[in-house]
Design a protein around this ligand. Sequence first.
Ligand SMILES: [Zn+2]
Length: 309
Amino acid sequence: MRIGIDLGGTKIEIAALDDSGNEILRRRVPTPHTGYGDTLAAIHNLVESAEKELGGHGSIGIATPGALSPKTGLIKNANSTNLIGHPLDTDLSAMLHRPTRVANDAKCFALSESVDGAAKGMDVVFGIIAGTGVGGAVCVGGRVLTGAHAIGGEWGHNPLPAPQGDEEINNAPLCYCGKHGCIESWCSGPGLARDFRNHTGRDLASADIAKAAASGDKAAIEAMQRFYDRFARAIASVVNILDPDVIVIGGGLSNIDALYTELPPRVEHYAFTPEEPTRIVKNVHGDSSGVRGAAWLWHIDEVKNGLPA
Ligand SMILES: [Zn+2]
């Protein structure tokens, strides 16, 4: 079996998949906020009790915020600060007596949707998580691309293409990554809410702006038009490099149904002469993508042939 663990800021979730990818166990515990050692212990306990209950050992994959730096072997860019600077995979491998793979949540999302989700059977897949932030990841042939510096797909921190007016780099908001005008600053939920507030003086959450637009609120409609246009410019830059078979969207903003009709014609407009619009679809696995994608970090063939010691 393969075991996936989603290490989030508020909860740690575990799922076990059988050889056919069916889920045979799932549970969650609150994430300890008492230090790195307690986080490791919580993962250890989850794995131990799952394996005891299921009567076997599994491969271990972990979805985590941030990434393991290939240079230092330590976690970087993580919003769960007690992970930063620790060799998470090495520590877990020692604790669980087997190799452990770690990938960030966007990569696990893209992998999960590629293997048996909305992009099942597709070769080149770009996964986007759009919510409080904007993350991305590339899967080709069912394998996620990590990249030389483990930032493959992190397009949310590219500058928004073709900026106009308040989008111009000198006027654009400062992102936590230290750069101005990141795609994340415009295409995340907080980015949409800020744009709406700047234009109207009204405070609405992103989901409520989308709802207000759907019910005819003129200012909300205009905000959503700006949002779709920005998102399409951002996606077109991916299409020109990767030309994916499909783009799958996850995260809170993926629940805006209009995305899937509003984005494709705009992306077609901004991209380099595609013959037809790039397919843009909603995820299938929702919040389960992290834990499922983590399990899929190991291929079934690797697990069947016996895990390396
Ligand atoms: Zn940024």
